[in-house]
Write a protein that binds this ligand. Structure first.
Ligand code: GDG
Length: 459
């Protein structure tokens, strides 16, 4: 079996005490690395004045080398905050209105990818299989190819790939798509993303579908497919069951006693539709007054990317919105919305999912959305809650037992919450069982194996 070399913007270093990493992706990639041996390279998260000349920091844990690089402040500003998070992220989430394209940032993005390639190349052995992750590193294969690296290289995009009409609005779109043709396998979250990508090749007349998931573009033949990412379903289900005895979860249960809990969990990001969700919740209460003092909506929203102005502004908007709604519909003995603006432990999170009658997952656009899958896995099979899920999350393509909503339709979303809360236990069980069976068969290990199998196919 070939060694595996993973590259992602950030690296998940294993805990010193040997405990498993938090989050399914890190667990799956670490398991794949342990099985095959290899390396995981990425940015350390640190800035350094010397990054250009500094060597990689290597940490060896059994058969895996963790290789970390610092970046200069300019690199972080241009590559990470600039092009990745202020151009590619908004564009791929259909928010070109928020994109701030600049040539300096684009040059920084390609420069840092070249820098990654230069650092990575000496670690690569002839038979290694490389797996590059996400929108920060799209040009990495092209840079490696230029340096003579001929290994199998796969790429997985964790965020959506938008329709051609949107992609062409980004001035650098040709360079970005040309870069993708240097991979052997390009993985998207859903068939919709794949269709959008194929539509772009056709529309720009730069690629042909030559059948069997293979494409010819820019003089290269590569494969592209949909590989919906997942979670460690069985482990998470077990974790959630055990979390019921967690002291914090017990306290939470006491504090909502007699009320149904509705839970929302998202990084603070405009793609997650938090403002629209709060509106829909307010509408649900005002149109269903019988639920006054009968529900608690808990929104857990750890801060993310606070240095990007849109995110700082959003933080204020969400806090103000939650405060306004609580002021408008709350009573002396009832706070309708509880808003937590920091990260909580994975165990408490799992316990809260299980406690909640409704998982309220309504992104305006999301590559997959693992919260939806975690919510399902965490449920009590006897008394499962109901997932209210945006049709614009990649996970809506798979989780057929969810109540699907359009988050731009506040009334429709409010009605869906009412429907979820009044659903019979039998219907809840049926809906949950179908989703849980699907997630047990399609967990993150299976995702990882399928991608790597396809990447090495015909090698
Ligand atoms: C990107 C794509 C795609 C959240 N709050 C806390 C916490 N979380 C954990 C959740 C979940 C993860 O963070 C969020 O994953 P999502 O998939 O929902 O969203 P993104 O971060 O935007 O991820 C997305 C994903 O990549 C994978 O491909 O699904 O579409 O945007 O695991 O549980 N965890 C803890 N405390 C919190 O407060 N411990």
């Amino acid at each position: 079996m070939s060694r595996l070399v993973v590259v992602s913007n950030r690296v998940s270093l294993p805990a010193k005490d040997g405990s498993p990493p938090a989050g399914g992706l890190a667990v799956a990639l670490q398991a794949a690395l342990e099985e095959r041996g290899g390396a995981w390279m990425g940015w350390s998260g640190n800035t350094s004045a010397l990054a250009e000349s500094a060597a990689l920091t290597l940490q060896q844990r059994d058969n895996i080398t963790y290789a970390l690089t610092d970046l200069t402040e300019t690199d972080v500003e241009e590559y990470y905050h600039g092009f990745a998070n202020r151009v590619l992220w908004p564009l791929c989430h259909y928010r070109m209105d928020l994109a701030e394209y600049g040539r300096k940032e684009m040059a920084g993005y390609f420069r840092v990818n070249r820098f990654f390639a230069q650092r990575l190349a000496p670690l690569i052995q002839p038979d290694d299989v490389l797996w590059i992750h996400d929108y920060h590193l799209i040009p990495l294969a092209a840079e490696l190819r230029q340096m003579g690296i001929q290994n199998r290289i796969g790429f997985f995009l964790h965020i959506p790939w938008p329709p051609a009409d949107l992609v062409v609005m980004m001035p650098a779109h040709q360079d970005i798509v040309r870069s993708l043709s240097h991979y052997d396998l390009v993985g998207f979250q859903t068939d919709y993303d794949l269709q959008n990508f194929v539509g772009y090749l056709r529309r720009e007349e730069i690629g042909d579908d030559i059948g069997d998931g293979r494409f010819r573009s820019h003089g290269r033949v590569f494969r592209a497919g949909a590989y919906p990412i997942s979670i460690e379903t069985a482990t998470f289900a077990d974790f959630a069951k055990k979390a019921a005895s967690n002291a914090m979860v017990r306290k939470a249960r006491q504090s909502v006693e007699g009320r149904d809990l509705i839970i929302g969990v998202d990084r603070l990001d405009y793609s997650k539709g938090i403002i629209q969700r709060l509106d829909a919740f307010e509408r649900f209460i005002t149109t269903n007054p019988a639920y006054q003092n009968k529900v608690t909506f808990l929104q857990v929203t750890p801060k993310s990317r606070s240095e990007v102005p849109e995110y700082e502004q959003m933080q204020k908007m969400v806090a103000e919105q939650a405060g306004r709604i609580n002021g408008a519909i709350g009573t002396v003995d009832w706070v309708p919305i509880r808003y937590i603006n920091r990260s909580i432990s994975r165990s408490v999170l799992a316990g809260l999912y299980r406690l909640a009658a409704v998982g309220f997952v309504t992104p305006l656009r999301d590559g997959m959305n693992l919260v939806a899958k975690e919510y399902v896995a965490a449920q009590d099979p006897e008394r499962p809650g109901v997932l209210v899920l945006s049709r614009f999350a990649g996970s809506a393509r798979e989780l057929k037992g969810a109540v699907l909503v359009n988050p731009y339709d506040s009334e429709g979303t409010a009605n869906a919450v009412a429907k979820a809360l009044s659903m019979s236990v039998q219907e809840r069980r049926e809906r949950w069982r179908s989703m849980m069976d699907y997630l047990l068969d399609n967990d993150v290990m299976q995702w990882c194996d399928t991608f790597l199998q396809d990447l090495t196919m015909g090698q």
